[in-house]
Every structure is written in C-alpha cells, then in structure tokens.
Design a protein around this ligand. Structure first.
Ligand SMILES: [Mg+2]
Length: 213
C-alpha cells in the first residue's frame, strides 16, 4: 500500500500513474487495427479491486476473440483503469502479480496480449495519483491513443471490448467505430456503434468482427 503512487524502477511505468508494458516480441506493421480489451469484468471475473493473483478467474468467452486477433496478426491491447492504486487499496506490485496471472491464464489457452496499459489516477487518491479526469483514465481515450502511437495502430478500424459504458466512451473518443459491451445493450452514436456481448450470437458477432479487421 505504501507503494501507491511511487514510480518503481522494477515496473514499466511511463509516469507515476501509467503502466505501459510491451508483452512478447510480435512485430506489427504500421496501420493495423487492434483489439482493445478492458481487463476486469471482460477478460477475468471482476472481484472488485483485484489484488490477489490466486483469485483470478478467466472469462472463457473472450478467449476466441483474442486468439482470432492473434491469428490475424493484429495487436491485442489491454486498457485497464486501476483506481485501487490511487485509493491506496493496493500498489503496482499487486497489480503486477494480478496482471501477470491474467496473462498466464490467457497464454495457457493460446491467447496472447501484446501490450498492457493501466491507469492508476483517480480524484479520490492523494499524492501524485490524485488527478481528476486524467486523460489516461477511461472514459478518456489516452491509453488507446498511447498504444496507437507505440504500435502504429489504426484506431479508425479498431474494436474495443469492455463491461462498462466508460470503456465504450473511451473507444468512441479515440475514434474507434465499434465497441462490444459485456452484458450491455446495443446503441448507436454518430460514428460509433455499441453491440451487446452476452449470448452465443453476440460472441459470434464479435468473432466475425475481429475476423473482418
Ligand atoms: Mg471492467
């Protein structure tokens, strides 16, 4: 807990409240679309400020979409708000352990993530992480834009999957055309479509959307 907000040389922190980790060594040509994924509630069961790697459980339904993106040579990028760090519930060490476990669970299913971005900023924190409406915190698009810069991603053809309206809003603000909202409802805004992700037909729609990228 005492580590919250302290940049630590052991971790890939681009700034005190922003984790940017390149995972694996796959190389991507510039101009490829990406599959962006929220983490908690989208890839793993959201246990509420998860800080224990042993408690992480994979949401199996997302695995085929990640594997499809891998097969197509598209970057797979996790963008996760981690306000539990600003709130002092846990630190980057716990995030590292939990996130490493999530990536391991995916690897065991032959599903691979290429970059992880996590934003610890939140207005309830204190110290350097106490920043309201930080540009990196969803619903702001900062993490998507940062990943796009680093991997040469074409945001205008990319997809985001998440379980909160803030995930969809971050996608919309980043210029994505399409989002899938776990257990959500379909909606349309100018230039941005939200599709539900619940039943089998929804999962097939997501898979088809990834295959079409
Ligand atoms: Mg979530």
């Amino acid at each position: 807990m005492a580590e919250a907000g302290v940049a630590h040389a052991a971790y890939p922190l681009a700034e005190p409240g922003l984790w940017v980790e390149r995972v694996g060594a796959r190389v991507f040509a510039a101009g490829r679309p990406a599959l962006f994924l929220d983490r908690d509630g989208t890839i793993n069961v959201d246990t509420g400020y998860p800080d224990d790697p042993e408690k992480m459980v994979l949401l199996e339904d997302i695995v085929p979409a990640i594997a499809a993106a891998n097969r197509r040579g598209l970057p797979v990028v996790i963008v996760t708000n981690q306000s539990g760090i600003a709130r002092g519930y846990y630190g980057w060490a716990e995030f590292a352990a939990v996130n490493g476990r999530v990536l391991d669970l995916l690897r065991a299913r032959d599903a691979f993530v290429d970059m992880v971005l996590a934003c610890a900023y939140h207005d309830v924190g204190d110290g350097p992480l106490a920043i309201a409406d930080h540009p990196m915190r969803k619903p702001n698009p900062g993490m998507l834009v940062e990943a796009a810069k680093r991997l040469g991603i074409d945001l205008a053809r990319s997809i985001i999957v998440g379980d909160k309206p803030a995930d969809m809003e971050a996608g919309r603000r980043a210029g994505l055309p399409l989002g899938f909202l776990v257990d959500g409802a379909a909606s349309d805004q100018p230039g941005f479509t939200v599709m539900p992700l619940g039943g089998r037909a929804d999962r097939e729609a997501l898979l088809a959307a990834v295959e079409a990228l």
